[in-house]
Design a protein around this ligand. Structure first.
Ligand SMILES: C[S@@+](CC[C@H](N)C(=O)[O-])C[C@H]1O[C@@H](n2cnc3c(N)ncnc32)[C@H](O)[C@@H]1O
Length: 379
């Protein structure tokens, strides 16, 4: 089974990461807001050496280029992505003329020191995230900043549910376009509830609901921070859920560490990653770890179904979904109602895609799917 972004994109000759950036001011505002959440201001990038790993088709790179780094290198493994980048950059020669474009898997890229390394949307689609993190780390100069993204079993759970809906309307041997044409009408109304959506919907469906790399086990925020902790300190995240109420004068000696607090904050807030529309108070971290484990087990059922076609896995998924819904009903009734409605719609004998398209509570349920994390090398 083909289970990485790169292999899947190369097999079909696609780069399904297109964004509508026709309103460039708006695109730049979005990217500026993200960087601010991460503690990165435009003047931090100006005149610095920047690397972007896995830029896809280069839409986000246009913004970073506009901040005028002294040197900017893109490392992308997908030849279609490279072609798209070159074509896109022709429209923005004032910023992109000097960008170095390297066609390479990051694993084969000889590390050299950069002040900033950005790697967005890549870790969630590779079978070897820890190895990739170590290569990225080796590209960050002392004092430099690394930006990565994590998608996890809890934050991506609403998509896992939509994926099961999709699995019920496609045949595994349908071609890619047929799969998209069957799934998109079912989730289009859901995606239309997202005010800030800038991606093409067909690309979103391929990337989240179809390709095998988006159902494999994921590295989560605490795991990624732990992999990097030997040399990196947490700086900030988007969404900005990490609070640090320590008196700064106490952050010295053995207590001079930002990773432990960030990981603790993740577990206290993890339940809030299920529904991007709502915030409820922090919870017992152990309860959130149990919730996370339920999502992990449910997700594995879907992966197994796609592997062997045995519907019993989907029946197990539905039981777990009901348990997760009950869990949420106790502290976040609207989110619980959305999950319970999805469980009810998941009638394996008589699944109705039209009904799934217009679920009253579930249609607008999306998690804080991607968490961006900035970390600095050294203190
Ligand atoms: C989901 S896309 C994200 C694209 C872009 N960063 C964005 O956020 O829109 C992941 C990108 O990483 C690239 N990629 C995946 N694995 C890679 C690897 N091992 N080395 C280099 N590029 C890789 C893929 O080809 C793809 O362009």
């Amino acid at each position: 089974m083909n289970a990485s972004h790169l292999d899947f994109y190369m097999k079909y000759g696609i780069s399904p990461v297109r964004q509508d950036i026709s309103d460039l001011d708006r695109h730049f505002q979005r990217r500026g807001a993200l960087y601010r959440h991460l503690g990165i201001l435009p003047q931090h990038i100006a005149g610095r050496r920047v690397c972007e790993v896995g830029p896809g088709s280069g839409y986000n790179s246009v913004f970073t280029a506009s901040l005028q780094p002294s040197y900017y290198e893109l490392v992308e493994g997908n030849p279609t992505g490279i072609d798209n980048i070159r074509e896109l950059f022709r429209s923005y020669p004032q910023w992109t003329a000097d960008i170095a474009i390297t066609a390479s898997r990051i694993e084969a890229f000889p590390p050299k020191p950069f002040d900033f390394v950005f790697c967005e949307g890549l870790l969630s689609g590779v079978p070897n995230p820890e190895a990739v993190l170590n290569v990225l780390a080796a590209c960050v100069a002392p004092g430099g900043t690394l930006v990565i993204t994590c998608v996890d079993h809890l934050s991506h759970f609403p998509e896992t549910i939509r994926r099961v809906f999709g699995d019920l309307v496609i045949a595994q041997d349908d071609d890619l376009d047929t799969k998209v044409s069957k799934i998109l009408p079912m989730v289009e109304s859901h995606l239309q509830t997202l005010k800030g959506m800038s991606r093409r919907l067909d690309d979103w469906v391929i990337d989240n609901l179809i390709h095998p790399g988006s159902i494999i086990p994921l590295i989560n925020f605490p795991e990624a921070v732990a992999v990097l902790a030997h040399d990196f300190q947490f700086l900030a995240s988007s969404p900005h859920f990490v609070q640090d109420w320590r008196w700064y004068k106490d952050i010295v000696g053995a207590d001079c560490d930002f990773n432990i607090n960030a990981i603790e904050q993740y577990w206290a807030n993890a339940h809030n990653l299920m529904d991007f529309r709502r915030r409820v108070p922090v919870r017992d971290p152990d309860a959130n770890m149990r919730l996370y484990d339920l999502c992990t087990t449910a997700r594995a059922c879907v992966e197994r179904f796609e592997h062997d076609g045995n519907r019993q896995h989907l029946a197990e998924f539905r039981t777990l979904l009901q348990e997760i819904a009950d869990n949420f009903l106790a502290f976040s009734p609207e989110t619980g109602a959305a999950l319970a409605e999805a469980a009810e719609a998941l009638d394996l004998e008589a699944f109705d895609p039209k009904k799934a398209a217009s679920l009253q509570h579930f249609s607008g349920l999306f998690g804080c799917g991607t968490q961006y994390i900035s970390l600095t090398r050294g203190r």
